[in-house]
Design a protein around this ligand. Structure first.
Ligand SMILES: Nc1ncnc2c1ncn2[C@@H]1O[C@H](COP(=O)(O)OP(=O)(O)OP(=O)(O)O)[C@@H](O)[C@H]1O
Ligand SMILES: [Mg+2]
Length: 580
């Protein structure tokens, strides 16, 4: 088993980074071309009036400038590719993270934040910001040359550099809070918009549009305000650094002139050092101009690292044989992430192959939470769910998915054709398997009545299905490939008589072929093909046993829609119960 390390990316990018450091070194040396050219023109060509020397110098300078331009272009291209490589290395894990997020975060945050974070880091890495970071270490080199020209020139440049460095540190510290606030308010703004879009029918029909619009405007105002503060800070220091650099350049020229008058330096040194000062401080100025995006990218990277580090997505697992004999739940307890109070506790039961369990209980008793736990959408906080002895977390996600059929309570089909939806977007799907699943769910005739049959497109711009139709196609999707475990959460909530008949037959089929079915139901018609019943209340199992006995007791001893625990004949399950 090998867990992908988030920082593998940096290890893989090492050759590119080393190349960038080397290229930056050559570029920084080549930056001297302009100053040295001027030095030579002033101190050699002008006094000697030698045109051939001038022509030679021009040719050398032109060659060096062209070479520098080429390297600069190359450096930009490498950085763009490092950015793309970063995206390629992480996008599948970010996709996984976003798709899973609603389960744990329940839409309370901007679910696309990790993608925005990845975009932020990639665009920073691909932009001009890192160039400044590669050039910054060369400042001492230029300073040394300034000192060689004249200590006074070196000293003035050093002071300028120190002031700019203080600007950079101040910018960094002052930008942290508004940058963090910006991404928080941006996330809040987007989450509100997403939620309004999801519930558009209720929002529109009951006049909530304007009221939610006002809330969104407040969130947007907060976002813009934090952006404004960040821009003011970044822009302010950036302008100050630009002016300071220009002032320093003139100051060095003035000092040079003073030294020339006192015959302590040549005119060439005066001009060259002025250019060199400007060059020495240029990376700080460039860095300051990009510091806002640098701080944002750093925070995005920190968020991504902790999210991706916490999720063990990408873990490679040893393939296990298909389950054949039993599903067992051992002392499962589940509390929603970030909460203390368990939503499910002390859940213990075993279902042998060929059994179907009906789960009943009042609203909010934890039936759907149990269904999510059984199919591995959420993991038990304590205890284990096992298929043939292997706990669900020992399975690879994709491998496990092949053995599970799940019909969630809120059915939503995905953009694609009916066939793609039923076959779970498998490529090269065989018509035989597809038709088998549709027939098992009793939806074959229903699908044939669509204009394009199995190739009818659903989702954006496609056919709009009724809730009952969606539920039946989702049942076919759950049955596709004859998975061992079928979990159906209120599969009959929107079904007509035909649909309910098909459902009962489908559950019966699962039992006959040696699978295990768990059916959550409010309406008893869904329980027709079940041989076991489990009653839940307040997250606990209050009764478990053969259907007739448990239902009989419910009718005989009705206690607020839950089974009387002391009713005779009903097995109160506190250890792993057995089927039949
Ligand atoms: N992700 C979650 N975060 C926080 N609380 C949750 C989460 N999922 C479920 N709950 C809570 O757990 C309790 C049980 O919810 P669940 O959906 O399992 O009930 P249910 O028995 O399926 O109800 P219904 O019959 O209405 O579908 C509820 O109080 C719900 O608020
Ligand atoms: Mg439910």
């Amino acid at each position: 088993m090998k867990k992908k390390n988030l920082f593998d990316f940096w290890a893989q990018s090492k050759p590119a980074i080393v190349t960038l450091v080397l290229i930056s070194s050559v570029i920084n040396i080549l930056y001297l071309t302009g100053s040295l050219f001027m030095l030579e023109v002033y101190d050699r060509v002008l006094p000697s009036r030698h045109l051939a020397t001038l022509a030679g110098l021009c040719a050398i300078a032109a060659t060096l400038f062209i070479f520098q331009g080429f390297l600069d272009f190359l450096r930009g291209r490498i950085l763009t590719r490092v950015g793309l490589h970063l995206d390629q290395a992480l996008h599948d894990r970010v996709y996984n993270l976003i798709v899973r997020m609603p389960v744990s975060a329940r839409g309370s945050t901007d679910s696309l934040q990790p993608l925005r974070d990845l975009d932020q880091v990639r665009s920073f890495v691909s932009g001009a910001g890192p160039i400044a970071l590669f050039d910054l270490p060369w400042m001492p080199f230029y300073l040394t040359i300034c000192f060689i020209f004249h200590p006074l020139i070196g000293l003035v440049t050093l002071c300028g550099g120190l002031i700019l460095l203080c600007f950079t540190l101040a910018t960094d510290v002052m930008l942290r809070t508004p940058s963090r606030a910006g991404s928080f308010h941006g996330g809040r703004r987007n989450a509100l918009l997403e939620a309004s879009r999801r519930s558009v029918e209720a929002v529109q029909s009951m006049g909530m549009m304007d009221r939610l619009g006002i809330r969104w405007k407040h969130a947007n105002d907060d976002y813009l305000e934090s952006q404004r503060i960040a821009s003011d800070i970044g822009g302010g220091f950036s302008s100050a650094s630009k002016i300071l650099r220009m002032m320093l350049q003139s100051a060095v020229l003035a000092i040079g002139a003073y030294l020339v008058i006192n015959q302590e330096a040549s005119a060439g040194i005066m001009i060259a050092s002025s250019i060199l000062t400007s060059r020495a401080l240029a990376p700080v100025e460039l860095a300051l101009a990009h510091w806002k995006s640098f701080v944002a990218a750093r925070q995005s990277w920190a968020r991504l690292s902790s999210l991706l580090g916490a999720a063990d997505i990408g873990q490679e697992r040893t393939a296990l044989p298909a389950p054949r004999s039993a599903l067992s739940v051992e002392g499962a307890l589940w509390a929603a992430p970030g909460t203390e109070r368990p939503i499910l506790q002390d859940i213990c039961f075993t279902l042998e192959a060929g059994s179907a369990l009906g789960v009943v209980g009042p609203s909010a008793s934890g039936k759907s939470s149990l269904a999510r736990l059984l199919v591995g959408v959420v993991r038990p906080t304590r205890g284990k769910i096992r298929l043939d002895g292997a706990s669900l977390d020992q399975w690879h996600d994709v491998g496990l998915g092949d053995h599970i059929g799940y019909l969630p309570q809120d059915v939503d089909l995905l953009p694609g054709t009916v066939a793609e939806n039923i076959s779970r977007f498998t490529s090269n799907v065989s018509s035989e398997r597809l038709l088998k699943a549709a027939q098992a769910a009793g939806v074959h005739d229903l699908i044939l009545r669509f204009t394009d049959g199995y190739d009818t497109r659903l989702g954006e711009g496609g056919l709009v299905l009724s809730v009952g139709q969606r539920q039946r196609i989702a049942l076919a999707r759950a049955l596709y490939g004859n998975p061992f475990l079928i979990v159906l959460d209120e599969p009959n909530s929107n079904l007509d008589m035909d649909g309910e008949k098909a459902l009962t037959e489908a559950i019966q089929n699962v039992r006959e072929r040696g699978g295990v079915a768990v059916v959550v139901a409010h309406r008893p018609s869904a329980l027709a093909a079940c041989n076991l019943i489990m009653m839940m209340n307040d997250g606990k199992v209050t009764a478990f046993g053969p259907k007739d006995e448990v239902l009989g007791q419910i009718l005989r001893y009705p206690v607020h829609s839950s089974v009387n625990a002391s009713a005779p004949g009903i097995k109160i399950v506190d250890k792993a119960g057995a089927a039949e």
